[in-house]
Design a protein around this ligand. Structure first.
Ligand code: PLP
Length: 403
């Protein structure tokens, strides 16, 4: 497969007709037994290494979806796999009423890479957003939120309260916080107008992912920080999608030089293993009994996350994300296509906006060995593993140019 990557061992050779039967049986079981919440691609994936995944027929794909911005260090990074295996031999789970060395180590590492003071561990992005909202409410004694149009913060009822898109929200209303005011993204004045005496926090993605890879104006987040300070309102950055090198720095906040009060993270934190967390600035913390999670900060997740953070450092993936991201964006901008409205990106978080629904691109690309995802109807979202090579980027651009 790719560099950094061992060939899969014990690859079973199966007759094509048996593979077809296996494929059909998987699809049939899924349609019978799984709630059909996902618009799934007709693809059964079985292995992955680096920036490449392989389906059950053995066909390889360059993965520009990466679990949707999860596999930053690449699929099955050897150090992450080894760390999970070693930890699994020792301790799979213990309650948070006890200490573990691995959790303490990860907390220290996260404080170091985020520049914030303390961590709370959970299991997913939505849970991290819930924790951030709870902390803001508890510490401020206020209940309302200001969020951005086209925001996405997760599917739990609390996170949905600050998520904008109506197909995600409407069937589940009323929200927990009926006091959310949505304002246009990248419009600091709108935030100034929307903050009331009861606003606990402003919550923003430093770059909107699901909303279409929307990058705010350079001075926006700084101005929002000032507005929050003037009004005594907390600022939450949701870095669930933008974290861990995705945009070329540890967190996207680092590029804008703005520090939030609370930051949510998940997705890439565990190198592919599920985990979520919030970090908060000095003096801002839950106290005993105010929040908890049975699995939050479990030994396996912590081992995976520590190995993933080490890999990002050792392999220079922040620099690589920045450099290869610029290379990718440059090549995409040079594509000879009249339907491209805009190519935008920071690091390896890239959006290609076209002037029509982009689902046909997704099908064509998949048939030609490239996985991409379409968000906001007409934006191709490219969030490959940060280990993607220039040759792989060239191939992706070739395919998208032909699509
Ligand atoms: N916040 C942001 C910015 C996200 O992009 C997502 C997921 O796409 C979430 C929160 C929710 O994360 P999860 O699906 O892990 O609950």
């Amino acid at each position: 497969m790719t560099e950094n990557v061992a060939e899969p061992e014990n690859l079973q050779v199966t007759e094509p007709e048996n593979l077809q039967a296996k494929y059909d049986s998987i699809i049939e079981k899924d349609s019978k037994y799984v709630m059909q919440t996902y618009g799934r691609q007709p693809l059964v994936l079985s292995e992955g290494k680096g920036a490449v995944v392989r389906d059950i027929y053995g066909k390889e794909y360059i993965d520009c979806v990466a679990g949707i911005a999860v596999n930053n260090v690449g699929h099955c990074h050897p150090a992450v796999v080894r760390a999970i295996q070693a930890q699994a031999e020792k301790l799979l789970h213990v309650s948070n009423i006890y200490y573990t060395e691995i959790q303490a180590e990860l907390a220290e590492a996260l404080v170091s890479v985020t520049g914030m003071e303390r961590v709370f561990f959970c299991n997913s992005g939505a849970e991290a957003v819930e924790a951030a909202m709870k902390l803001a409410r508890m510490a401020s004694g206020k209940s309302a939120f200001v969020a951005a149009e086209h925001s996405f913060h997760g599917r739990t009822i609390g996170a949905l309260s600050v998520t904008h898109k109506s197909i995600y929200r409407d069937p589940f209303m009323p929200p927990v916080s009926s006091e959310t005011t949505f304002v246009p993204y990248s419009d600091a004045d709108a935030i100034r107008q929307a903050i009331s005496e009861n606003t606990a926090a402003v919550i923003l993605e430093p770059i909107q992912g699901e909303g279409g890879v929307n990058i705010p104006d350079p001075g926006y987040l700084k101005e929002v920080r000032e507005i929050c300070d003037e009004n005594g309102t907390f600022l939450i950055f949701d870095e669930v999608q933008t974290g861990f090198g995705r945009t070329g720095t540890w967190f996207c906040k680092d590029q804008f030089g703005v520090e939030p009060d609370i930051m949510s993270m998940a997705k890439a934190i565990g190198g592919g293993f599920p985990m979520g967390a919030i970090t908060a600035r000095e003096g801002l913390s839950f106290g005993r009994g105010q929040h908890a999670s049975t699995f939050g900060g479990g030994p396996l997740a912590c081992a995976a996350a520590l190995a993933s953070i080490e890999a990002i450092k050792e392999e220079g993936l922040l620099k690589r994300s920045k450099e290869n991201g610029a290379y990718f964006v440059g090549k995409l901008r040079n594509m000879e296509r009249e339907d491209v409205v805009e190519v935008r990106g920071k690091g390896l978080m890239i959006g290609v906006e076209v002037n029509h629904p982009c689902s046909d691109f997704v099908d064509f690309a998949r048939e030609h060995g490239v996985l991409v995802n379409c968000t906001s109807e007409s934006v191709l979202r490219l969030v490959p593993p940060l280990v993607i090579t220039k040759e792989q980027i060239d191939k992706v651009v070739d395919v998208l140019e032909q699509a």
